[in-house]
Design a protein around this ligand. Structure first.
Ligand code: PLP
Length: 360
């Protein structure tokens, strides 16, 4: 596509060209209605069809069992950091802290109940995912919370702990739809949409039905899971356009072969970058090998000034947003589902030129 660059942003991030083209085609008049989806009533027949289709294709793609509910919420993943304890934290909960967002989720929950931080990776600079055998859970906890992919540090859980009867609740904001998972291993999965699910303004919550109970009395109606389910995510006006974009992203994923295919592509893309990083001595990867994320690849050059130069020179060559998060510095290449392998190959080519120019 003309004028398109490779956008390595951590979120909001790149959308597939195919998705943007379809949205463009339908922007002024959706399906001969003479109006844009942006202008439609959320209660109209045509919009309700979009809504249902989106929900159904998410269920198909992720193979979501019947005993799970899909909810579309406001407030992004940060909104869920609060709604989760308001709905599910009756007594106490275990939180695993492997990065900034899991820490934020725990701090939010602390406002509403007892939170036990059963692991905190700050001593290793959040460069790894703990070994499952080293984790133990409070058998009386209402739930265990973790973040599947640590967007800032570039680490990702490869497998998840077996928490027995305690529901495992996972923030998948930055790796949902990137690989096959078994939904029934989790009590609840949630994600902000602006990485692999489309655009900002929407959070998706997939929750086992038996966990939807009475929320704390203080819970704002808009965060109440039982109310949300009862109203099929339309207690008020939902994020209509974000939901429509999610539908387009899901359609594209189904067309290319679903999660099996995208997982293969994601493994192949990440391999190109990590293989390169492992065979040179100029760039230093942040994440430890067995904890590496398929979505966010983090590394540094020998000098913060070179990091900045790297990001700015790459930007001039059509590869944008490579500057690392301020908490870790360095460089971060976010290679979500929509990033084509060509973008990764181009980046590695640039990395090698930059290395040759600056290595001493
Ligand atoms: C893993 C993770 N969790 C939560 C968030 C916060 O998401 P939101 O901005 O939708 O509240 C982010 C944002 O980047 C994230 O990467």
């Amino acid at each position: 596509m003309e004028n398109r660059i490779y956008n390595f942003a951590a979120g909001p991030s790149m959308l597939a060209d195919e998705v943007l083209i379809r949205i463009k085609e339908e922007l002024f008049s959706y399906n001969d209605t003479g109006m844009s989806v942006m202008e439609m009533s959320h209660r109209s027949k045509v919009y309700l069809e979009i809504f249902e289709k989106t929900k159904e294709s998410l269920k198909r793609l992720m193979d979501i069992p019947e005993d799970y509910e899909v909810m579309f919420m406001h407030g992004g993943a940060t909104g869920v950091f609060a709604s989760l304890p308001l709905n599910l934290l009756k007594n106490k909960a275990d939180y695993i802290v492997t990065g900034n967002f899991s820490k934020k989720a725990a701090s939010e929950a602390e406002k509403y109940g007892q939170v036990n931080i059963i692991y905190d990776g700050k001593d290793n600079g959040y460069s790894l995912i703990p070994e499952l055998k080293d984790l133990s859970f409070d058998q009386d906890a209402d739930y265990v919370h973790l973040c599947a992919n640590n967007t800032i540090y570039g680490t990702e859980w490869k497998s998840f702990p077996d928490t027995g009867n305690i529901p495992l609740i996972v923030d998948m904001s930055s790796d949902i739809l990137s690989r096959k998972i078994n939904v029934s291993d989790f009590g609840m999965i949630y994600a902000g949409a602006q990485k692999n699910m489309g655009i900002a303004g929407l959070a998706v919550v997939i929750i086992r039905k038996d966990l939807i109970r009475e929320a704390s009395k203080l819970t704002p109606s808009i965060m109440d899971y039982a109310l949300s389910c009862k109203n099929d995510s339309m207690l008020n006006t939902p994020s209509t356009f974000s939901l429509y974009v999610l539908g387009k992203v899901l359609e594209w994923l189904e067309e290319i072969g679903g999660l099996e295919e995208i997982e293969k592509r994601n493994i192949a893309k990440a391999k190109v970058l990590y293989d390169y990083l492992d065979n040179q001595g100029f760039y230093l990867p942040h994440a430890q090998k067995d904890s590496r994320s398929l979505m966010n690849v983090t590394f540094t050059t020998p000098d913060p000034e070179l990091d900045a130069l790297f990001a700015s020179q790459a930007g001039k060559q059509g590869m944008s947003n490579l500057k690392g998060h301020r908490l870790v510095g360095g460089i971060r290449a976010s290679i979500y589902n929509a990033m084509p392998i060509e973008g990764v190959n181009r980046l590695v080519g640039f990395m090698d030129e930059f290395r040759k120019e600056h290595e001493q």
